[in-house]
Design a protein around this ligand. Structure first.
Ligand SMILES: *[C@@H]1O[C@H](CO)[C@@H](O)[C@H](O)[C@H]1NC(C)=O
Ligand SMILES: *[C@@H]1O[C@H](CO)[C@@H](O)[C@H](O)[C@H]1NC(C)=O
Ligand SMILES: *[C@@H]1O[C@H](CO)[C@@H](O)[C@H](O)[C@H]1NC(C)=O
Ligand SMILES: *[C@@H]1O[C@H](CO)[C@@H](O)[C@H](O)[C@H]1NC(C)=O
Ligand SMILES: *[C@@H]1O[C@H](CO)[C@@H](O)[C@H](O)[C@H]1NC(C)=O
Ligand SMILES: *[C@@H]1O[C@H](CO)[C@@H](O)[C@H](O)[C@H]1NC(C)=O
Length: 346
């Protein structure tokens, strides 16, 4: 039953992603076609303090809805059906550290998300489901592979909807650490992600937003995952983001996919201004990633694989219901639905 509804949901989302994609300049999937290079963050570190007013949004594009500047930070509000305010960095990073201080939204079925995502749909997620006031989920996807939904974990956190916590991701070519308030709560090694195939490894943007997983128009599976239907009359629901600290391990003016493998060794970083960081691939200005460094990164990652996994994947019952946890897919679905609903014709 649930499985069937998941398939239906996935088909709808797949269609809407393509439709949505066709209308945005970000749509180009480098594994399918030749795309223009991604704009890189050409500095090692960028700290955004959203409590300082609207100037804090300089490097952030609001891609849906309205995001307010308040003394608590950037405020993302769902007041009615179809609201899904979202910002994204106007640059990409190529391996790095991203730390977000946020207070998740209250309510039922509201998903507060901080994700990193690449053009070929690698994704690293933090997602807080408002229905559960003592946990947050981590997740990841590689190359848009959604054949299974058993990659998410739940992490305990105290009152995420009343208290600001720091949610971070340390993303390197050999492993990804998720950190809650500075403590590593999950590690994903390169080799553990189907020998690297599903390992997020292409230049990513940072996207922050909220959406209603419990919207009555969503599939049963999505609503179940979101912990029930959203009752908009009990809103509005707001998430606050105090700050975002970003470190780019490979600062560069641009990143270009040189083939259709989606492998980090195929990414060419151009005009990098900062010395090579040992964690990621080479930043040397116009070369593709340095393969010797990469090879050793892979070796150490498989050696470390046995000792990793601080958090265990949630049970397989989540398989059909956590379909919505690809933020990208879900948000596109919602934005498109709202778009279609408001238009006489496309
Ligand atoms: C951000 O917005 C600016 C101005 O509209 C646009 O030129 C730029 O391409 C956008 N960048 C991203 C990454 O969305
Ligand atoms: C997609 O991921 C699954 C595991 O979740 C894996 O078995 C499968 O081989 C992957 N597919 C591709 C095309 O990489
Ligand atoms: C969140 O909702 C709960 C239950 O309705 C309520 O007790 C709590 O005060 C709310 N918290 C905030 C920050 O609004
Ligand atoms: C990120 O991971 C690298 C490699 O494990 C480590 O050297 C570095 O200290 C980590 N950074 C943070 C902020 O955790
Ligand atoms: C590198 O920088 C030069 C000089 O600013 C510029 O002309 C060139 O287009 C840049 N190359 C890339 C790939 O960004
Ligand atoms: C590429 O980088 C090398 C060394 O970093 C430099 O010598 C060479 O001139 C660069 N080539 C171009 C086209 O910028």
């Amino acid at each position: 039953m649930a499985f069937k509804s998941y398939l239906q949901w996935a088909a709808v989302i797949a269609a809407s992603v393509q439709l949505g994609a066709a209308q945005t300049y970000t749509s180009c999937n480098p594994l399918e076609e030749t795309c223009k290079a991604d704009t890189g963050l050409n500095q090692y570190q960028l700290n955004t303090d959203f409590t300082t007013g609207s100037s804090a949004f300089k490097r952030w594009n609001t891609t849906a809805g309205t995001v307010e500047s308040t003394s608590l930070g950037a405020k993302f509000t769902i007041a009615e059906q179809g609201d899904a305010p979202t910002i994204e960095s106007d640059f990409y990073i190529f391996f790095g550290y991203v730390e977000i201080k946020m207070r998740a939204a209250n309510g039922t079925g509201i998903i507060s998300t901080a994700v990193m995502e690449s053009d070929d749909l690698d994704e690293i997620d933090w997602e807080q489901i408002s229905t559960y006031d003592s946990s947050i989920e981590t997740d990841y996807f590689g190359k848009g592979n959604t054949t299974s939904y058993d990659r998410d974990t739940k992490v305990s956190v105290s009152s995420p909807e009343e208290t600001f916590h720091s949610y971070a991701v340390n993303w390197t070519s050999s492993k990804i650490d998720w950190l809650l308030d500075g403590q590593v709560v999950r590690t994903l090694d390169y080799a553990a992600a189907v020998d690297g195939t599903n390992f997020p490894q292409t230049p990513m943007r940072v996207k922050i937003g909220i959406w209603a997983g419990g919207d009555p128009s969503n599939s049963e599976g999505t609503i179940e995952w979101a912990g029930g239907q959203t009752d908009y009359t009990t809103g509005p629901f707001s998430m606050y983001v105090e700050s975002v600290n970003i470190i780019n391990y490979n600062p560069a003016q641009s990143y270009k996919y040189t083939d259709k493998t989606g492998s980090y060794t195929s990414i060419k970083a151009s005009n990098g201004t900062t010395p090579t960081n040992l964690i990621g691939p080479s930043t040397s200005s116009n070369s593709t990633a340095r393969s010797s460094a990469l090879a050793s990164a892979k070796l150490s990652s498989s050696a470390a694989a046995a000792t990793s996994a601080n958090a265990s994947p949630s049970s397989s019952t989540a398989m059909s219901t956590s379909a919505a946890s690809s933020y990208f897919s879900s948000l596109f679905g919602i934005v498109l639905a709202a778009f279609v609903a408001g238009m006489v014709r496309l």
